[in-house]
Design a protein around this ligand. Structure first.
Ligand code: AMP
Ligand code: MG
Length: 657
């Protein structure tokens, strides 16, 4: 192995321009608690600025001051039912067999009509629900308990107690009463209370303006085409949304290249016009590690923590520059999200006058051992599924670079810094991302295939929640054996029996045929070494060319067995490049990192590559027999067998079994 020379200006020891303290801070990794405590101490207490907001625009804002009722609600005594305003004393003797006859006053009090005539003894006034009670009346009788007598009179068949069917002025809200407390988050109910009292404007905590900047030469904004070696700026969108979710007014300023001069200018501009600055990327030690050096020049006291014993999230950098928090989140989107939610959101909420988030928690069993790094508080994202004895928490992590692990998770659990693992079977507390947990109706754990999404589409349309967790065929089989899923999609080839999947079924599992996926040689269109040849000849041509590089598959993959057979003992360049998916093989060929490999036809076609078919792979389902009668499983089996799914599968190049 050779080591690339480090350019002089990027070598830490040669870099004499840097503040020496900077290096010290970088070397001191603080515990999560210590880092938070120092950060909070540098920021609080602080005044929370307020601003007036029109009632409708105050939704989701935090109240800056208590709200006191300016009027009584209702403002006058009013009728609760449609009927007649009466004097209760007149009806003392009334009963079913002894109706009392009263004369009607010459007015009808509808809603919004102020009464003009008093109710004198022996009279009644027609009144609608919500109408103001006239002078003299002390009760309302329901229209159902009366009947018309001769013209201008009614008979009442029930006695009435004083106050009957009346809401008195101020009985709902009394003038001077404290209706809402400072810090309350305004929802529709709070808006209703204010509207009832005629309040049109509220003093709310001003949302802190949070500037969001992504850093990295490789970043492209969504909506633009990706060049070679470029990736989409994920953190910009995540952080902007997460700031908004937590009471901030996010101002996304785009991505800045790893250029010290441009980055410093962008950071200074951002900070000048906002209350807080959140950057992402550039925190790991390396060529692009600029932002924390710049922070040291932006204000006092500067960096509070650079390096926190958190996983994911170790390179987090926390700073305060002249009273404003400046945060550099790690570059990997999952790490950025975690550190934001764990360390930054609580602080932002406090600055926004919001209460701490009330996250719901549930207890769940861990199905597989989770290894953990000693000395770092580790957060593990989990998907929750229903097991025989309660909830089961499946780790969804694919490493800190995977965004889907976050999107598909229901919540996360925490492994203490002092533990090096969490054993299978442990009961762990899971903090949910949402207030309420919705356990999926159908759980599919195993190897993922784009065809699966076509089959489950009608289930989702029918309102069923389908959770698919990609752990590979063997992981899926293990989950199925433990009864943690309904179905495990597998494509395992048994060398001895030369057959797919069936030899791998354990007791309690049955095979549901899925579809066939044509495997074959993938190459770039027009590559004359392969075009027009059969698989055997194509591999022969590849082996004959010393410049030709292949991409292999991982041990254990059925496709790998096919490749090894074709190679017949040869070990060409690229043999040790062994990605774990059909997609990765196609990407390697499309991007010229390799010239050929073996993948499945739909993947090759989707990548615009040439394809030489060789042998079909069987993508089937190991069904947990004990779960077969569940409605969602039945719905899946029906969908799988339906003409619509079969047509949809065939359309993209699969052959339904
Ligand atoms: P860095 O700390 O800048 O070295 O970034 C670490 C990793 O995160 C690299 O693979 C970056 O490409 C990636 N990364 C940094 N910023 C972003 C971003 N805004 N969106 C997606 N990935 C990012
Ligand atoms: Mg970077």
């Amino acid at each position: 192995m050779t080591t690339a020379p480090v350019p002089k200006s990027q070598h830490p020891k040669d870099d004499t321009k840097h503040d020496p303290n900077d290096q010290d801070q970088f070397l001191t990794i603080l515990s999560r608690e210590e880092a938070l405590a120092r950060f909070e101490a540098a920021l609080f207490p602080r005044a929370i600025p307020s601003e007036p907001r029109a009632l409708a625009a105050a939704l989701s804002c935090a109240l800056a001051r208590d709200v006191v009722a300016p009027i009584d609600v209702p403002p006058f005594d009013r009728a609760n039912v449609d009927g007649f305003a009466v004097r209760s004393a007149d009806l003392a003797s009334a009963g079913e067999s002894a109706p009392v006859r009263v004369t009607l006053n010459d007015e009808v009090i509808a809603c919004g009509v102020a009464p003009t005539r008093p109710v004198l003894s022996g009279t009644a006034t027609s009144i609608a629900t919500g109408g103001p009670l006239p002078r003299g009346a002390d009760a309302v009788v329901m229209i159902e308990h009366t009947q018309p007598a001769s013209s201008g009179a009614i008979e009442i068949r029930r006695a009435a107690s004083p106050g009957q069917f009346i809401s008195y002025a101020g009985s709902d809200i009394a003038r001077g009463e404290t209706l809402l407390r400072a810090g309350t988050v305004i929802g529709s109910r709070e808006i209703g209370i204010c509207a009832a009292c005629g309040i049109a404007e509220l003093a709310v905590a001003r949302r802190p303006r949070v500037a969001v900047l992504s850093t990295g030469d490789e970043l492209v904004q969504p909506g633009r085409p990706l060049g070679p070696a470029e990736i989409y700026d994920t953190n910009g969108a995540i952080v902007t949304a997460a700031v908004t979710e937590n009471g901030g007014e996010a101002v996304f300023l785009g991505a800045v290249p790893d250029d010290e001069v441009r980055l410093e200018a962008a950071m200074r501009d951002a900070l000048a016009s906002s209350d807080m600055l959140v950057l992402s990327g550039g925190t790991s030690k390396g060529a692009g590690d600029l932002s924390h050096r710049i922070i040291a020049r932006l204000g006092q006291p500067g960096i509070i923590a650079h390096g926190v014993a958190l996983k994911p999230g170790k390179p987090l950098c926390l700073a305060v520059c002249d009273g404003k928090p400046v945060v550099i989140l790690p570059g990997f989107p999952t790490s950025a999200m975690f550190t934001f939610h764990d360390m930054i959101a609580p602080l932002l909420r406090r600055m926004a006058g919001l209460p701490p988030r009330a996250d719901a928690t549930v207890t769940a069993t861990i199905p597989v051992r989770i290894a953990s790094e000693l000395g770092r508080t580790e957060f593990v994202m989990v998907s929750l599924v229903d097991g025989a004895d309660g909830l089961i928490a499946y780790p969804t992590g694919k490493g800190s670079g995977a965004i889907t692990s976050f999107a598909q998770a229901d919540g996360f659990l925490k492994i203490d810094a002092l533990a090096d693992q969490m054993r299978a079977g442990t009961q762990a507390e899971v903090r949910l991302f949402t207030r309420h947990l919705r356990v999926p109706d159908l759980v599919i754990i195993g190897s993922h295939c784009t065809g699966l999404d076509l089959v489950t589409a009608p289930l989702a349309q029918a309102g069923l929640l389908v959770r698919s967790i990609a752990v590979g065929s063997l992981g899926g089989l293990a989950a199925a054996r433990r009864g943690e899923c309904d179905l495990a999609p597998i494509h395992l080839f048994d060398d001895k029996s030369e057959s797919y999947n069936t030899p791998f079924l354990a007791e309690g599992l049955e095979l549901v045929p899925g579809w066939r996926r044509m495997q074959g040689i993938v190459f770039r269109q027009g590559d004359s070494r392969f075009a027009g040849l059969g698989a055997d000849n194509a591999v022969r041509a590849a082996l004959a060319d010393p410049w030709c590089i292949m991409v292999n598959r991982n041990q254990g993959a059925g496709t790998r067995i096919l490749i090894d057979r074709l190679l017949a003992g040869a070990r060409p360049d690229g043999y040790w490049n062994q990605p774990k998916s059909h997609t990765a093989v196609a990407a390697a060929v499309a991007q010229h990192r390799a010239d050929w490999g073996m993948t499945i036809a739909p993947v090759a076609h989707a990548a615009g590559l040439g394809f030489i078919p060789l042998a079909e792979e069987h993508y089937d389902f190991a069904l947990v027999t004990a779960r077969k009668s569940r409605p969602a499983v039945q719905a899946f089996l029906q969908a799988l067998a339906s003409d619509e799914s079969r047509a949809a599968l065939a359309q993209v190049g699969f052959r339904p079994a």
